[in-house]
Design a protein around this ligand. Structure first.
Ligand SMILES: [Zn+2]
Length: 165
């Protein structure tokens, strides 16, 4: 790798990971509930991911194989997060999308694996959903790697659940 390509890859790495995340301040979430309230509303496996930043075991979610048209909503507050048209098979064992619904997600940076990763969460309740990477397919090149347990699937034609308040 010569100096120019090294600089180029460093710059694109910075632009892709550090800069956008650092520019985003943690927003206040419209829906605020205490830990005790959420524990009553969501199953413990979902709670661990949504509110304790856990990660489900790869390949464990039935939503990996979900291929129908429809909408993926936040398992905590039911805000629509992804359209099934933007789901693809990433081979990672986690439901993967190349684009979220407009305004559905917020992001922040975590350093759990030493290098910074962009964590994203439901913009309505703040529930942690997954991480976004820059190795996704066109047209965005993004891979939203989502915990299936943090989502619920609503097939097209079925009524979306009312947003929790
Ligand atoms: Zn939510």
């Amino acid at each position: 790798m010569n100096k120019r390509t090294m600089l180029k890859s460093l710059t694109s790495w910075l632009a892709a990971t550090v800069l956008p995340a650092a520019a985003v301040a943690a927003p206040p979430f419209p829906l605020k509930k205490t830990a005790a309230e959420w524990r009553k509303l969501v199953p413990s496996a979902a709670y661990a991911v949504l509110f304790e930043h856990g990660t489900e075991r790869a390949g464990s979610s039935p939503l990996n194989a979900e291929k129908r048209q429809g909408t993926f909503v936040c398992a905590a507050c039911f805000q629509p997060l992804f359209d099934a048209a933007h789901k693809y098979e990433s081979g990672t064992g986690w439901p993967s999308f190349w684009q979220p619904l407009a305004g559905a997600l917020g992001t922040s940076t975590d350093f759990k694996l030493i290098y910074p990763r962009t964590e994203y969460h439901c913009a309505h309740c703040g529930g942690h959903q997954g991480h976004v990477f820059n190795d996704g397919p066109p047209p965005t090149g993004k891979r939203y790697c989502n915990n299936g347990v943090a989502l619920a699937f609503v097939p097209r034609g079925e009524t979306l659940p009312a947003l929790r308040s």
